[in-house]
Design a protein around this ligand. Structure first.
Ligand code: CA
Length: 235
């Protein structure tokens, strides 16, 4: 017996909010709608939701301010951004500020639910591991062993350069989550890597994919989020 998971939906457009809340209720979540940013924050404190869906275009506050407030709290709740089309820089900014994922309007129910499940799984994993650094990550038939500095594809060991390994390590730890180009560059090459280094990242990623025998048009492990970054596929 488990309690229903609670999802706070901060979205001012009634039709979208209703659509989301109906879909959540039909899939056994408890949905709490908020139509303003401030209302969202107060409902967050009164209901302690398991996840927040956050529209960035709100009438009273900037959605990014709400995101910053939520990320300033000690309890790390997964946040999925609801974004308008053609707001690439806004999405990247939100991800860099700690949002877990995003969906772009108009989105379908199955896409939304998949993103929610993935974010909740990741959050459960983090709660379970609390402070304990895991050594081995399993993504389908890919094994990333941090302690041994080893990557196995099935039974076969794949050899990577140091930077390629750092990229895989980062993606595996955050499996299911979109990592922005800047986030990866900073973690692998350091904070002063500069924006021109996207090319280096692309080259490294191409090598990784070749070694993993990825089919670029139908990736099994690493998905490209165009203009944003990369995501390791966890389901
Ligand atoms: Ca809006």
């Amino acid at each position: 017996m488990s309690e229903k998971q609670t999802i706070l939906v901060i979205e001012d457009e009634r039709s979208i909010s209703n659509f989301i809340c109906r879909a959540l209720a039909a899939n056994d979540y408890k949905a709490i709608p908020a139509y303003r940013g401030k209302e969202g924050m107060s409902l967050f404190f009164s209901h302690s939701p398991d996840l927040v869906l956050l529209d960035l275009g709100l009438p009273d506050t900037d959605g990014l301010d709400i995101l910053a407030q939520l990320r300033g709290l000690p309890r790390e709740v997964p946040i999925i951004i609801i974004s308008a089309r053609d707001r690439e820089s806004e999405k990247v900014k939100a991800l860099d500020m700690g949002a877990d994922d995003y969906v772009v309007k108009p989105f379908g129910v199955s896409e939304l639910l998949a993103r929610i499940r993935s974010a909740l799984r990741r959050s459960d994993r983090l709660k379970l591991s609390q402070g304990i650094q895991r050594d081995v990550y399993q993504i389908k038939d890919l094994t990333v062993d941090l302690a041994r500095h080893q990557v196995l594809l099935g039974e076969e060991e794949i050899h990577f350069t140091q930077n390629e390994f750092k990229i895989i390590e980062l993606l595996a730890i955050h499996a299911g989550k979109v990592l922005t180009y800047d986030f990866i560059l900073e973690h692998v090459w350091g904070p002063y890597s500069g924006s021109g280094s996207n090319q280096i990242l692309r080259v490294n990623m191409a090598n990784i994919r070749r070694k993993l025998k990825e089919n670029p048009s139908d990736p099994k492990y690493i998905h490209t989020e165009l203009g944003i970054g990369y995501r390791m596929l966890d389901d």
